[in-house]
Design a protein around this ligand. Structure first.
Ligand code: GLV
Ligand code: MN
Ligand code: MN
Length: 425
């Protein structure tokens, strides 16, 4: 049944949507090109701090017990009849890329709060506690490592290593966390929840194109990020003979074109590759670039294909170094393997969607998500909702309707209620 409406929606769709709108005002900017309203709430910026304080105030209004850990992750707990049992956790992030819409991450967090609001107003008690969480710097845009807070909480990244990350201005993550007032006291290692659930906008075109209401997320593809510094020789653009150049800009271009050629070769499965930053220095019309700072983002649903692409790319760097007389320094800034979500939770999500008359299909996540970190320590799963305009995301045009958002949180509500009332998985 395409784009059917749920008749039994458990949550208040208007209230949920209005909370997304309110949070979206923090860090709001007008996109000069399109006139659209975008959101810029970079991790640990003043705007992130303001957004965090707003969400915290909502958590407290709901009577939740709020904890901030040493990496700034925030956990809001609703007690259960059996407080000794591990909680069901609902989470995501509220930091954003600099050119965001208002849904990425926020739907998962504010959807979790809407579920709690609904339970509270109905006086519904659950056996297990329910925790709504948001994690520090999921986006990785500022400090170069994505899913940072959830990776620290679940033990993939060490706290001190995270504190010592620096942004482009050289500002240290630990100091910035303190500056916005979110350097908490609680142990950063989270106790394994009974299960972890996350609702998110799809950020791609698949569900929208097929007019499917709910994506049952099967897993997340592998991610590999590198920061490159390419060193050549800055020289006069007119007077330097071509054979005497060491053009760092050309070297960066060759790497970018090579990535596209690797994809076209078909040897790397469903590889995706992006050089999102290519910054030549001095960056002037009549000077051969002597230095380029650049980034490489590789994604692949297959770990095997990912590893092969990484190896072959490094070999290509060697080739470019010798052919272009440049030095290529590279540093791995983030690396995660492909992750599969709990089949049993996927089944429950599909059944909950079915029960509400919502069409659904399995889908793999293109983006990274906090749920992939929790999948290491407990059964975890994700619900996707479609986005309009080909599901565009990391862009002010990112947009999901009130109904699409409500459908996803309704499904979350149903699955959460089951999990929170059972003693064994
Ligand atoms: C996070 O949004 C990512 O880049 O996958
Ligand atoms: Mn996200
Ligand atoms: Mn994102």
């Amino acid at each position: 049944m395409p784009n059917s409406k749920t008749t039994t929606c458990q949550i208040n769709a208007t209230r949920l949507y209005s909370s997304l709108e309110t949070l979206g005002q923090i860090g709001r900017y007008t996109d000069a090109e399109t006139g659209l309203q975008g959101v810029c709430r970079l991790a640990l910026s003043a705007e992130d701090g303001e957004g965090r304080r707003l969400v915290l105030s909502w958590m407290r209004e709901l009577g939740l017990e709020v904890t901030v850990d040493r990496i700034g992750n925030v956990y809001a707990r609703r007690s259960g009849l059996r407080p000794d049992l591990a909680p069901v956790m609902v989470g995501s992030h509220i930091d954003s890329v600099p050119t965001a819409g208002r849904f990425d991450g926020c739907l998962g967090v504010l959807g979790g709060l809407e579920i709690v609001r609904t339970l509270n107003e109905r006086g519904t008690e659950t056996q297990r506690p329910v925790v709504v969480a948001f994690f520090t710097d999921e986006e990785g845009c500022r400090f170069g490592t994505d899913m940072l807070g959830s990776a620290v909480a679940t033990g993939r990244l060490a706290l001190e290593q995270a504190y010592d990350l620096r942004d482009r201005e050289g500002l240290r993550l630990g100091d910035e966390l303190e500056k916005i007032g979110f350097l908490g006291q609680a142990d950063e290692k989270v106790a394994a929840p009974y299960a972890y659930l996350e609702c998110h906008v799809e950020q791609g075109p698949i569900l929208g194109a097929k007019r499917v209401d709910i994506g049952v997320v099967t897993g997340v593809q592998a991610i590999s990020w590198q920061a490159l510094t390419i060193l050549g020789k800055s020289a006069h653009a007119g007077a330097t003979p071509m054979n005497l150049r060491a053009d760092a800009g050309l070297a960066a271009s060759r790497i970018n074109v090579q990535l596209r050629a690797m994809i076209a070769s078909g040897e790397y499965g469903e590889m995706r590759a992006t050089m999102g930053c290519i910054a030549p220095q001095p960056g002037l019309v009549n000077i051969v670039p002597g230095r380029v700072e650049a980034t490489v983002d590789l994604r692949n649903p297959s770990d095997l294909h990912m590893r092969k692409s990484e190896q072959d790319l490094l070999a290509f760097y060697e080739q470019v170094q010798s052919e272009e007389k440049v030095e290529i320094r590279w540093r791995q800034t983030a690396r995660t393997e492909a992750v599969a979500f709990s089949p049993s939770l996927q089944q429950r999500i599909a059944e909950a969607a079915q029960g509400a008359g919502l069409s659904h299909q399995p889908i793999i996540a293109g983006a990274g998500h906090d749920a992939q970190e929790f999948a290491r320590i407990c059964p975890s799963a994700m619900v996707f909702v479609p986005g309009e305009y080909d599901g565009i995301s990391h862009n002010p045009r990112e947009f999901s309707t009130q109904q699409q958002c409500a459908n996803g949180i309704h499904v979350m509500f149903e699955v959460l209620l089951q999990l929170a009332n059972e003693i064994a998985f």
